[in-house]
Design a protein around this ligand. Sequence first.
Ligand code: ZN
Length: 385
Amino acid sequence: MQPHIQTYPLLTLASGDVLKLQMYRFQGQQPGLTVYCQANLHGAEFAGNGVVQKLIEFFQACEPHHLVGEVRLVPVCNPLGVSQRSHHFASGRYNPYDGRDWNRIFWDYSEGAAADIAAFAQVHRDLDLATLTQHFRTHLLAAFQRELERLDNGPGAPVHERYRCRLQALALDADILLDLHSSSDRGLVYVYYFQNREDRAAAFGLDFALLSDRHDGNACDEAFIKPWLALERELAALGRPVRFGVDAWTVELANGMALQAPAIQRGLSGVLNYLRHRGVLRDQPPVQWGTMTYARTSRLVKYHAPSGGFIQNRVALGTSVQAGDRLYDLLCFNKSGHLPEVHSIRADRDGLVYDLSTSEGVNEGEYVLALTDPVEPPAPTYREG
Ligand SMILES: [Zn+2]
């Protein structure tokens, strides 16, 4: 199969140059789910581009009858962020215009539309799932169209609103959103998931799956799925506990500023197996990976340096620690005429070390490492069909 390649204007610069997005679209022989996958929303998180390249190669070699539906791939989806540098270091997490996190800016229909979604559920509660999905998508896209019209009318809209709308315009009519990230520093390979999607998260087969149970605010995955989750809750309250085919995933692919082959391979295998699990890809049956580890965003803990200094003897990424275990030593110099001191920093709880700061020199209050606390996922609250 060959992709249909299309470029989309994003922003015009003062120089007259135009920043663009480019999408690679593979269309299967039979209709089915639409999958949208983007990489490098945060400027320093390059690894997803490696997965996109592998996906392009994979689908080029794929038989058209093995793809059911459509796959859209958008590498380097944030041209402003990916180009940002400080010395040799890519920063690119924050919009330089206003300090906003590039992944906390997205348009979320469910914000301020609770009454609207409740009314929709009331009117459409008895429709079959496919028709309900179709009607709600039409409803959602009509609201988004009004948002798009706002960009070029009246007083105009700021950069982050223009950017998000032009990116979301490529994604919002899809069934599945995959947003490929990595740590800003050094991290494991894992996936964020939403309520009632444990079984689908397990199909990725990564180090762990992290339930988004704390509102981070307008992240790309949240903005995509929250209207659907809100509708699922309203329908459940009306005695119809269903689960839509709509999914949103943020996949974390190890270290920032790196394209590590093992992380890219695991990301690729995870995405392909998930697509097999969802029936989008029918080249072979999905693998059952075995036991999955689940965690929750509400139980993530970040450790920050209690004083300025230098990190030594830090635990390795992926270590399971217990309360009281040493996490790292902090070498502290002083300007008070005393000898340097070394302080051991210990865990105040049990957990899995899933992320480490790149820098081993830290000011007081700076990020050092993060733990997550593996817990059982909440029980499903839907019935299939
Ligand atoms: Zn990110």
